[in-house]
Every structure is written in C-alpha cells, then in structure tokens.
Design a protein around this ligand. Structure first.
Ligand code: NI
Length: 139
C-alpha cells in the first residue's frame, strides 16, 4: 500500500451538506472513504477510455431459454471469444427464464463490443455491462 496523505478541499457548505446526506444514506462511515470511492470510480472510467488498457468486466444477461437457438448462439459467441471469456455463472430463474453472468478480461473496447454482441442477441430481454478493473492503480 502506498503512503497516505491528507489534503484539504474547499467547497460550499450547501454542497458539503448534500454530500454528507448522500454518503450517510449510502452507509459510508467517513467522508474520506466516500471521496476515495469517487476517485476510484473516475479512475476506472478513465481506464476504460484508454485504448490498450487491459481490464475486466461482467455482463449480466436475462433471457428466455425457450427462444429458439438463443442458448447455443450465446455459447457460440462465448467460444469464439474464449481468449476474453474467463467464465460464466448461470441461474435458472424459473421454468422459462435464465440469468447469466459472463466475466471477461481484455481491452475495454473489445469487452464492450463482446458484451454488446451478447446483449443484442434476439431473445435477451435484459443485458447490462458492468465495467470492472484490474485494480492496479486503486490502492
Ligand atoms: Ni437456465
């Protein structure tokens, strides 16, 4: 872990009050931890903009497995991208619906494209990409 430093921040009392209400609602025990998380979020967002940065992501898909050929097409997309797809987790929600989380590793733009490919398959009723990080710069 790197050295810890303290620094001061100037802002209006109104803005600080709003921030305190928010972080209290979110369960933060201190402003410092809330500010650290905001900084980390911003750094991860910037990582995803860098064209060659290696990162991680998880895409969540909800779909009806009765939709013709969807499960096999989804498997095919993942096999085609075996270098990026680390693993997946499948839950049978009910008799029809499945929830699948696919964890991926690679360049942000490649992972975004791969997630989009899976989310746009016919029969996927909900899909969302969660941008992750290798966390090298976040400590
Ligand atoms: Ni299922």
């Amino acid at each position: 872990m790197s050295e810890t430093v303290r620094f001061g921040v100037s802002l209006s009392l109104g803005l600080l009050d709003e921030f305190d209400v928010l972080i209290n609602k979110l369960g933060y025990e201190s402003r410092s931890e809330a500010v650290r998380d905001l900084i980390r979020q911003k750094l991860v967002q910037e990582e995803w903009k860098a064209p060659d940065h290696q990162t991680l992501a998880a895409v969540m898909l909800v779909y009806d497995h009765h939709k013709m050929s969807l499960p096999s097409r989804l498997t095919e997309v993942q096999h085609d991208a075996y270098a990026q797809v680390i693993g997946s987790f499948h839950v049978h929600i009910d008799k029809r619906n499945c929830l699948e989380v696919v964890v991926m590793k690679g360049k942000g733009k490649d992972l975004r494209a791969l997630a989009q490919k899976m989310m746009s398959l016919k029969g996927v009723s909900y899909g969302v990409l969660n941008m992750g990080t290798g966390a090298k710069r976040l400590h």
